[in-house]
Structures are given as C-alpha cells and as structure tokens.
Ligand binder design. Structure first.
Ligand SMILES: [Zn+2]
Length: 399
C-alpha cells in the first residue's frame, strides 16, 4: 500500500529530513531517506547516480515532454546551536512554522516537490522526474554531473528554491578568480637578494578596481560586480620576504560569463596597470578551485564558478507557470522576478540550455540564517499549486 500523497505526510517527511544533518559531500543519510520516501510514494526508476543524486520518476498519463522537479539534499552549516530559538535539527512545527536548518532551504520544498510528483502519477501530461542533487551549496557539482552524464533528459526544470510563491526566472552567478603573483622569497634583512611578490600588489589591485568600474548591467538582474576580498601571502612570516601573494576576487557575474572570458578580462585590466613587471616577478590569472569529493567517492577539482541564468519573462513556459500558480492573495498571474541568490538553475538553464523556473514557498530572507523557517499554510498552498504548475508547463511545451 503506497503512502498517501497528503500534505500532512509531506510535512512529516520534511520534518524527518531536517532531523538528518548533511553538509555538502555528506548527504548519504538524507539521500537514503529520500529514496525510501520515493519508494513508499510509488515513484519508479528510483536510483542514485555516480555523484549521489537521487532520482525517481512519476509516470504520467501521456507523452508530453518530461518535466524535472529539483531540490538539493545538502544544507549549509548550522553554526552555534545556542543562537537558534528552536534547535536546528528539531524539525519542530511551532507557531505555524516548520523550524530548523533546511526548513525552507530546501528540505521543506524538497518534500513538497516529491509529494507533488507522487500526486500526479497517472495524471500528469507527461513523466515527472524528481531529481534531488548533491553539492548545490558548493557550486552545483551534483546538477552539473546529472545533466552532463545525461542521467536524465528533462525538457523543463522547476527548481524548488524559495520564491515566496512567485515564479523566479534567473539570478546572477558567482565566480572566484585569483591573481597569483610569484617572486623569490628571502630574509627581510637582505631585500636585494629576494624578489618581493608584494611589489606588484598595488598595480594588481588598481587593475581590479578599474575593471570593477566598468561592469555590464542587465535590465532584470542588475549589474555584475567584482571586488578583491582577500590577499594570501606565503611564507606567512613577518621577517621573510614572500615569494607568493594571491589576490582573490569575488565576482557576481551575468548569464553567459564563463571561465575563459572572466579570466581574460582580469588579465587585460591587470596588465594595463602592471606593464612590464620588475625582474624576477611574474603574475598569472586563474580560477580559484576546490577539491570536492561526493559521498559516493566521486572526486572533482572544481573551478569555483556558479553560472547565472535568465529566462525571458515572455517565454511560453514562464507565462504558463505564472498563470497556473496565480497569486496566493488576489487575482491574476504570479509575480515573475529573479532570485537574489544563485541556484542549480545556473547549470540547467545557463549552461545546459533547458528552460528553468523556480517555485516554492518560503521567504528568501530566512535562507542560511539561524531563524530558518517555513510557513506551514504557505507550504500547504504551494503543494496544491505544484501539480497545476507542472501540468501547465508540460502542456505549454507540448504545444
Ligand atoms: Zn538552496
């Protein structure tokens, strides 16, 4: 007997998930719980891919293009437990809110998406793929692998990051770029024998500031912005002249920006200020990278770049989504807007070109805070709207 796809069961599932911690790379227990629920709800083709993403399918009644509902299974660190009003892993419902780390980012919406798909078994215009990914909070390794490997091939994606009931159509991306200056280390008492990497720091920072002053702007997403945020010097000793100084740039990027174009722009800007560097000192521009290992053992040395994306507000998928969801209070289609933060939509739409929209209950301002919560009545409304949204976008694509 399959578990019934009721809101009460979805809320219980969300609460269970909150009680299972799981930072990026340690999602295995959350993944196991998600699989169990998919099985109980009657999804089919349930599997875990090489990155640890969990996939299940709600078979539709027809052959409309497949839609994919996506949330991520990792959460950010909870910080000091004493700073939480309600304990972070309690999953408690109190004063009309589901509380805890992941309540709205994103275990609550993950549960709602899974239940929405289950409620459409045999009735959706086409198949509904449910794919919950790993490593979203560290740049989206899970989603990248899922789509790159063609583990699933959806025609449209709905991301469950909180929108407070609006339809979200994009966001800026984020990249970390480094300017690495190399000289020759030496004792601070004999500067002439060394080549100080810090000698180039001034012009490098000026070049970065020049570039920051000529950033492009998008009418919907706003301007891209960049700023130097850190200088790492090696060796770290006050009486040694350093042979290495690395400047980190935090860059909020626009859709279409990629590693190659970002690095070329920094290179040009810095080069204009540095000119010919002093003898024995060199510099290069590179992407910051991080070694990541999934809980399944998949290793990747990843550039720290989360792409941006933007759907046209007049795209048939966006219009259908907004009309189907409607306003929670009042008449007419849902508000269409971008998110402030980055999501896995940067991969699905920005890189892989699959139409992507976001819809979920929850207020963005609670994300990553120690006041994280999800309004239960808003969640109930969200679950009721989800099947209408999925059917509408599948029908829009079927033409
Ligand atoms: Zn999230």
């Amino acid at each position: 007997m399959a578990r019934e796809a009721t809101f009460e069961n979805a809320l219980q599932f969300a609460s269970d998930l909150i009680r299972i911690p799981g930072l990026s790379g340690r999602e295995q227990d959350v993944a196991a719980r998600v699989r169990e629920e998919m099985e109980a709800l009657g999804l089919v083709d349930i599997r875990t891919d090489s990155a640890g993403n969990v996939i299940g399918v709600a078979k539709g009644r027809g052959d409309a293009p497949p839609a994919m509902l996506n949330a991520h299974m990792d959460v950010v660190a909870e910080g000091d437990h004493d700073e939480w009003e309600v304990p972070p892993f309690s999953g408690e419902v109190r004063d009309g809110y589901l509380h805890g780390r992941g309540a709205m980012d994103i275990k609550g919406p993950l549960a709602l998406q899974t239940y929405a798909a289950a409620s459409m078994i045999g009735t959706a215009p086409g198949d509904v793929i449910v794919a919950h990914t790993v490593f979203e909070e560290r740049g989206g390794l899970g989603m990248k692998r899922l789509l790159e490997a063609k583990e699933v091939e959806p025609a449209v994606v709905v991301i469950g990051e909180s929108t407070h009931g609006d339809i979200c159509i994009g966001h800026r991306g984020r990249a970390e770029v480094e300017v690495a200056i190399t000289g020759q280390a030496g004792h601070a008492s004999v500067p002439a024998r060394a080549r100080n990497a810090l000698d180039l720091l001034g012009p490098v920072l000026e070049g970065i500031r020049d570039l920051a002053g000529r950033q492009e702007s998008d009418p919907v997403l706003g301007a891209s912005s960049l700023v130097a945020t850190m200088v790492d010097v090696l060796p770290q000793s006050r009486n040694v002249i350093p042979d290495s100084a690395v400047v980190t740039i935090d860059w909020r990027i626009l859709p279409g920006d990629d590693d190659t174009s970002l690095m070329a722009r920094v290179r040009d800007a810095v080069s204009a200020r540095v000119g010919t560097p002093p003898d024995g000192v060199t510099w290069e521009v590179r992407m910051a990278s991080e070694a990541q290992v999934t809980y399944t053992g998949l290793e990747a040395d990843r550039n720290l770049l989360t792409p941006g994306f933007l759907m046209d507000a007049d795209d048939p998928v966006v219009r259908a989504a907004a009309a189907a969801v409607g306003r929670r209070e009042g008449e007419g289609p849902a508000t269409v807007r971008p998110w402030q933060f980055a999501t896995d939509g940067g991969w699905s739409c920005g890189v892989f070109g699959i139409p992507t929209v976001g819809f979920a209950p929850g207020e963005e301002r609670y994300a990553h805070t120690n006041r994280e919560r999800l309004d239960v009545e808003e969640a109930r409304w969200g679950l009721a709207r989800y099947p209408l949204l999925v059917a509408a976008i599948q029908e829009a694509l079927a033409g």
